[in-house]
Write a protein that binds this ligand. Structure first.
Ligand code: ATP
Ligand code: MG
Length: 494
């Protein structure tokens, strides 16, 4: 589901303390209750009901927009619940990233109630209610698909691998809970009676920090292989462990990821790598054979994984150090609330595959560096696009970052000043720094990075001096050497 800008919600320290106290209270209560039921039975006949004094979810912790949606649906006679991350994260004492609502109103009924509503998705139809930068996602309760596949193809469709191509069968709240992915995501908060309904022992799993798929793991992964990514993502994001039955099938079922459309993979890339947990997610994706579905050209060149040692020699160690450093920097920036562009990480991921192509092209052809670059680009990009549909605007920035690597070398005359004014100079310079950090034995690169760092920190006069000090680099346009004219036949020999 699309990443939305975080809602503006201020949580005061007193509220946080109250939430933590209540969490402790609820968790100790529920552990004993849930111990009586099987911890592996993922759905319950009757939900565990937590009344207002047994859980920390309060209206103060829910965005005003989400509350408005809940109230209007209720007022119009529909059931409506806050569900998913909104409830789970509050139970964990965290600030929810977004608020999702589940209701028995159909998408058209929801649209009829909200002017600011747009219906999205064919595979999984739902309503987005737009409040400025905040979007509240409202989904109609999902029901079961019949085994014989006799349902209308417009609402229910399954691929030969068991993947749900359409999931638009509506049902009851109990069925909806069974159709959700993990137990911790099947918690429903009602703004009518302030109860939390726990259909799958989710509170116990929140308490014990366990990611547990609802239902038969293999079937659920086959229905939607992205659940494998979600299992990893929630485990790293929430610092939880996957239940053994949830993690076990992943490696064997990883090839199912090949069926996920590239556009959805772009959304999943953002959630995996532009979330402040890229490095942790990377290691998990590698462990479960899933990284290659994001970046096949990179995956092929990485050291083979040896679980005992982490990595074995033989693969491209430089490549792995480079992408890990790029991810580490991205995580740091996100966790310091600095801006990041996905284009930078894409550029880093594909930098060495691109360089390898350029090398190969140069082995067999005589081309100018620019021509070799564009020839390599026309191989690398379409290959990558088959896995992740990178939007054009990011492709443009990636190209700029790469082209700047060449421009940053050529500094004589007015060139350095022109490069400095390039709209993507900062990204290009950061990329150069990253390269020099990793290629530690490349003294020229280190000097170049230092030159640019200094250049940004001195007066214009000093910048002119710096430029004058540069020895003119060989012309970048290495043309195909001209064929020598055959010497005129020497008459002397005759
Ligand atoms: P966060 O928004 O913090 O990443 P979330 O749990 O809210 O986490 P969303 O992608 O917003 O995740 O989805 C909202 C809810 O919809 C989930 O909590 C889950 O109940 C359900 N859901 C989302 N994706 C799937 C899926 N692929 N299969 C089954 N249920 C899903
Ligand atoms: Mg959510």
């Amino acid at each position: 589901m699309p990443i939305q800008p975080p809602p503006t919600l201020i949580i005061r320290p007193a509220i946080i303390k109250r939430v933590i106290d209540l969490c402790k209270k609820v968790f100790t209560k529920n552990t004993s209750k849930n111990n009586q039921t099987s911890s592996h039975a993922t759905t319950l006949d009757q939900p565990i009901e937590l009344s207002r004094d047994q859980h920390p979810v309060s209206r103060q912790l829910i965005s005003q927009s989400a509350l408005k949606v809940l109230y209007r649906l209720n007022k119009s006679g529909f059931d409506a619940y806050l569900v998913g991350g909104g409830v789970r994260d509050i139970l964990l004492g965290l600030k929810p990233k977004d608020f999702d609502i589940a209701t028995n109103a159909t998408p058209d009924e929801i649209k009829g109630l909200f002017r600011n509503c747009r219906l999205i998705g064919r595979r999984f139809r739902l309503a987005h209610i737009v409040f400025g930068r905040e979007i509240i996602e409202v989904a109609t309760f999902r029901g079961h698909h019949d085994e014989q596949g006799t349902q209308d193809k417009k609402t229910s469709k399954q691929s030969e691998h068991g993947m749900l191509l359409r999931d638009n069968i509506y049902g009851s709240i109990e069925e909806d809970a069974q159709r959700r992915d993990f137990t911790i995501n099947a918690l429903y908060y009602s703004s009518k009676d302030f109860k939390v309904l726990d259909f799958a022992n989710g509170v116990s799993d929140v308490n014990n920090k366990i990611i547990r798929l609802i239902g038969d793991p293999e079937t659920r992964y086959r229905e939607d292989p992205v659940r494998m990514l979600r299992a990893i993502r929630f485990a790293t994001k929430l610092d939880m462990q996957m239940a053994p039955e949830t993690s076990k099938p992943i490696k064997d079922l990883s090839p199912l990821m090949a069926n996920i459309p590239a556009a959805r993979m772009f959304e999943e890339f953002l959630k995996m790598f532009i979330s402040g947990k890229a490095v942790a997610n990377y290691h998990q994706l590698r462990k479960y054979n899933l990284f290659g579905y994001f970046f096949p050209a990179v995956d092929q060149k990485l050291p083979t994984l040896n679980l005992a040692q982490k990595s074995e020699p033989g693969g491209d160690d430089l490549l792995e150090r480079f992408i890990i450093q790029a991810m580490t920097n991205t995580d740091k920036r996100i966790n310091n609330e600095q801006r990041v562009t996905p284009a930078f990480l894409f550029a880093a991921m594909l930098w060495y595959p691109l360089q390898n192509y350029i090398k190969q092209i140069n082995l067999h052809n005589q081309m100018s560096p620019q021509d070799a670059f564009f020839a390599a680009l026309s191989e690398v990009m379409p290959e990558q696009q088959r896995s992740i549909a990178i939007p054009k605007r990011f492709q443009g920035v990636m190209k700029d970052i790469w082209i700047l690597q060449e421009k940053l070398v050529r500094r004589e005359g007015k060139k350095a000043f022109k490069t400095f004014e390039h709209p993507k100079f900062r990204a290009g310079y950061d990329f150069l720094l990253l390269r020099s950090e990793i290629e530690t034995d490349n003294d020229q690169l280190a000097e170049l990075a230092k030159w640019w760092t200094d250049f940004q920190n001195v007066s214009q006069d000093a910048q002119l001096q710096m430029v004058r000090g540069i020895k003119s680099a060989p012309n970048s346009r290495r043309r195909t050497p001209r064929k020598r004219r055959k010497p005129a036949p020497s008459t002397a020999a005759k």
